[in-house]
Design a binder for this molecule. Structure first.
Ligand SMILES: Cc1cc2nc3c(=O)[nH]c(=O)nc-3n(C[C@H](O)[C@H](O)[C@H](O)COP(=O)(O)O)c2cc1C
Length: 213
């Protein structure tokens, strides 16, 4: 959901959404998430300004020219700043998670890249699980929500505005509000629905092909 009415989001509802989100599966029950709910229009405006400033800055990078990326194009700007048009935004922070295996890999001198390959970021997977439940909880409580990672491009400035403390890092913003009309599609494939199941799922051993007899 990307369009919201001006109706406020009750703080009791925010508590319930986040409570449900924290029931999510998470690696080692480390609960590597923190949530900051913002319903102050002045702070949302400051967050929008920080993100817009960042988009302008990135658009001026020499690498942006001819890269095909248009960081400050109107559609990108909208998909990056729409959280500020919502009555409430929940900033979701991730905390580092280190299991014994992670420590072992570090001792072994395994590179960060290889460690991410072998461990597949259980910290971020846990945060993602919680954000998905947050979205469903918002829906069940009568709201619409939009999961947003694009504004994280301005993470450093947003973290200061939101009073984040190390080692918490911004993972996503979730815009929440009463839906104004049906869900507004983003760029494809959102507009086009979902890939056919057979394109994203295969069984092993493979299913015998239908010979069409
Ligand atoms: C990790 C993640 C990041 C996303 N970031 C954004 C974003 O920055 N802006 C936005 O408008 N939508 C964002 N979305 C929403 C997706 O665009 C949307 O879920 C997808 O296009 C499928 O559409 P649907 O969820 O409405 O079916 C994000 C979703 C996920 C899971």
């Amino acid at each position: 959901m990307r369009r919201f009415t001006a109706d406020p989001v009750a703080r009791a509802d925010v508590r319930e959404m986040v409570r449900l989100a924290t029931l999510s599966a998470n690696a080692g029950n480390a609960q590597p998430w923190r949530f900051v709910a913002v319903d102050d229009p002045a702070l949302l405006a400051a967050m929008r300004a920080a993100v817009e400033e960042r988009l302008d800055e990135v658009a001026r990078w020499p690498e942006a020219e001819g890269s095909g990326a248009a960081p400050n194009a109107p559609a990108v700007r909208k998909a990056t700043t729409l959280f500020a048009d919502a009555p409430l935004t929940i900033a979701v922070f991730g905390l580092p998670y280190e299991s014994r295996i992670d420590r072992l890999l570090t001792l072994r001198g395994v590179s960060r890249e290889e460690r991410d390959r072998l461990r597949a970021r259980p910290d971020l997977q846990s945060v993602g699980a919680a954000v998905q439940v947050l979205l469903v909880a918002a829906h069940l409580l009568g709201y619409g929500a939009c999961w947003m990672c694009a504004p994280v491009l301005a993470a450093h400035r947003l973290e200061v505005l939101l009073g984040a403390e190390e080692p918490a890092h911004l993972a996503a913003l979730v815009a929440v509000g009463v839906a104004a009309g049906p869900p507004a599609g983003g760029r494809p494939p959102a507009a086009a629905g979902r890939l056919p199941l057979d394109e994203v799922l295969r069984f092993l051993p493979a299913e015998p092909k239908d010979e069409g007899t």
